[in-house]
Write a protein that binds this ligand. Sequence first.
Ligand code: FB9
Length: 493
Amino acid sequence: MANLPEKILQELSTKQSLNTLDLAQVFNEDHQKIIGALKSIQANGELVNAEVISKTSLELTSEGTEIAETGSHEAKIFNSIPDAGIKQAELMKLPNAKVGFSKAMSSGWIQVDKSGGPPLVKKKVDSIDDVVKTHLTAIKSGQLSNIPDAKLQEYKKRKLTQQVVVKSFDLTKGPEFSLTLNKLETDLTSEMLLSGSWKSLKFKDYNLNAKGSQLDCGYLHPLLKVRSEFRQIFLEMGFAEMPTNNFIENSFWNFDALFQPQQHPARDAHDTFFISNPRTSSKFPEEYLEKVKNVHSKGGYGSLGYGYDWKIEEAEKNLLRTHTTAVSARMLYALAQEKEFKPSKFFSIDRVFRNETLDATHLAEFHQVEGVIADYNLTLGDLIGVFTEFFKKLGITELEFKPAFNPYTEPSMEIFCFHPGLNKWIEIGNSGIFRPEMLLPMGLPEDVKVIAWGLSLERPTMIKYGYNNIRDLVGPKVDLQMIQSSPVCRLDK
Ligand code: FB9
């Protein structure tokens, strides 16, 4: 027996036109199946013309269908009253009693006897005609002509009927009408190209709306999806990625090189994870280390320094880096060792570790995102300009700044934006100009300034993917399905 598309073509060959709803009746198939068969005929060429027909029809709701089958609520109330009557309180316990009682009363079928004791409901007539059931049965089979408009309005108001728009297609033979469907090729092969047979073959159209098949492979974590987007933004702004593949750092590069004094609270074990084995490192550029020691203890380059007895033992302590700015320090020192200074733009996005109080949005580690630019005579205006452009590519445009303090930058600013989705101002990062006490001991020229800004990866990811608790995004308790089902991250680059 021909399949449905060819059965439709067969049917159409003997008729001027056909409607898909009639075809559903003829073939005793669901209308959606007829539509699907029509789509496969249309994919084969112009075998049929299909004109969309929208028809409004009156259909019963589920309540209307129940009444058409088992009777109206008011009829059920009437039929449940014994000849001696029934206490109203009893009667009202029946399903749909409220609407049934009121309709039976308004139809004059029942009455309430309040002459003695609790109200008693009695029949007022011997028999009734359940006209609602009759009407709804007629509507179900499409016969509306004998039903008064007032009744149709009443049934609509009682939500027993509803208007339904049914989209169907009127089919007529198309210019390429045929009783059979040509096999549609799905692949253009080298044989077809070589033989030229492709010229007479029909190819299946690409269905660009088809959902991609779920790949049975690994999926990127939302954090890494956002990291890719951030990386793309930095790359298109001309930044080069720094080598951040060392979670373990020593205090010299993490703190001393950044002019962060050895007594600074951030260098305390309560804020920093120190490493017990190997506890220390001892390889430092000797000359540079001396300059760092001096600028901390005696000052220099116009700075008073901190005036304390700087100790190599503090600088040698190994730790889990507390910021990727330690890597920026290494990169800037390497830049200063080049024969000739070359203006440079660096970025980093990697994990950092802080021994801090945990809460719903903070863990003991996070991914720091940092941008650094080294060039002649950079100003605060350049810093504002570059991170404004960066945040604009994240879709963030309304920025405000607040003076802040970092041991290694002066001036420093906290950055805020008004987030329309959260309808409030939120802190989105920190920034500043690296201090001369950090840059000049490295050997950078005096007129070279370095501007930088930083933010995290977790906060934007939580906002983008709608997480309120960081533990739903990272850590041992995440729902792994989240990783497979989280959508692609698209930023307004
Ligand atoms: O990421 C942060 N907030 C943020 C960022 C983007 C964002 O995008 C949304 C789509 C709109 C939303 C929010 N913050 C920085 C601000 C806060 O979340 C803060 O509570 C947490 N901060 C971390 C540090 O917390 C101890 C975020 C992290 C941070 C802070 C500062 C730096 C880096 C990361 C820096 C720096 C810096 C400064 C000067 C020179 C070099 C680096």
